[in-house]
Write a protein that binds this ligand. Structure first.
Ligand code: FAD
Length: 307
């Protein structure tokens, strides 16, 4: 119930104005968002890449005009150039949301998002790194996978994301478990109807395991995106059973979440990649993080209403 309300609020301009205007939210937001600007984020990236990898997300989604979309491309190009100049590119890639590149625009949105994503892939290739295309709500799954498929023709290391809560995902895992493919498997962060998604947590977990088994047994590169200790243990077991070496898959976690687990896995010689968001458009991302864990909401509410 609370999760559904928070995810509805994530899409509400009125809630966004209320939350983003309060100076009291800043401290809580900082836990999940590395900085407002690239300059503020670079030291965080430098520190994390000492023993981990990162995927950097320039925050923004659901843009409403083409100009905003091309500003997003400029921000990513600038980010990728900086990753190259600061020597971070070997351990840093970027994550992009197609809704920030124009996917939802009524006129030729898909073509515009593809052209923009292509420019970002070119900038990534120029500094020797990769792009992973985030997955958004289920109405965009087909369009997103189609664009990833087209990007992979010229940029074969482009990563896809699949969400275990969607009923279709086992089949998508089979399609994407091909040589060279990079697939991030997560549970899924949006409020989806029962017609397309498992709503029960245990069912989502079971789907996650079925999907992960397909990816681990396949010839691609699985990216295990979860903080769930039970699923992490199962992932380690599936990797061993499939005879995988430590460099043939990776764990991924969010900036500010279970940093203890991140460090423990990295210490054991596992490859760990941290998803690091930055930028001023943090509202939607932040609300999804609150929705994932009720304790975050109590913490946030105290900060918001304390003044
Ligand atoms: P949960 O059962 O939700 O959490 C397990 C444990 O992790 C919790 O008990 C808690 O200890 C900790 N935890 C989890 N979330 C939080 C939090 N917000 N705050 C504090 N503690 C927390 N979703 C998409 O829909 N599309 C994407 O493209 C996408 N990309 C992602 C990339 C990465 C690297 C990761 C890690 C997640 C991504 N997600 C994405 C989000 C994902 O779908 C889940 O919503 C999120 O990871 C929480 O699920 P979980 O697997 O950690 O399990």
């Amino acid at each position: 119930m609370l999760r559904t309300l928070l995810l509805l609020a994530a899409r509400s301009p009125r809630c966004r104005d209320f939350v983003t205007r309060s100076p009291l939210t800043r401290g809580v937001v900082r836990r999940f968002v590395a900085g407002d600007t690239l300059d503020a984020t670079l030291p965080v990236l430098r520190q994390l890449t000492a023993d981990r990898h990162v995927t950097v997300d320039y925050l923004g989604e659901d843009i409403t005009d083409a100009e905003q979309a091309s500003r997003t491309v400029d921000a990513y190009t600038h980010l990728l150039t900086a990753l190259g100049e600061h020597g971070l590119a070997p351990r840093a890639e970027v994550s992009v949301k197609l809704s920030a590149l124009g996917l939802a625009l009524p006129r030729d949105g898909a073509q515009l998002a593809l052209d923009h994503a292509r420019q970002i892939c070119e900038a990534a290739e120029a500094v020797g790194t990769t792009v992973t295309v985030d997955m958004e709500d289920h109405t965009t799954t087909d369009a997103t996978l189609d664009i990833v498929h087209q990007l992979r023709v010229d940029f074969p290391r482009t990563g896809a994301v699949l969400q275990a809560y969607l009923r279709r995902t086992e089949a998508d895992c089979r399609d994407l478990a091909v040589p060279g493919s990079r697939v991030r498997l997560c549970k899924g962060a949006y409020d989806e109807p029962a017609t397309v998604a498992y709503r029960d947590r245990a069912e989502v977990d079971r789907s996650y395991v079925r999907c992960l088994r397909i990816l681990m047994d396949g010839p691609g590169y699985p990216m295990v995106a979860t903080h769930d200790p039970r699923l992490l243990r199962i992932a380690a077991f599936l990797a061993r059973s499939a005879g995988r070496s430590a460099d043939s898959y990776e764990y991924q976690m969010l900036y500010g979440v279970r940093t203890d687990l991140q460090a423990a896995l990295a210490d054991r010689g596992e490859r760990v990649r941290v998803y690091v968001p930055y930028g001023e458009q943090w509202y939607g991302y932040f609300m999804r993080r609150l929705a994932e864990r009720p304790a975050n909401t109590a913490f946030f509410a105290r900060a918001l209403f304390a003044g």
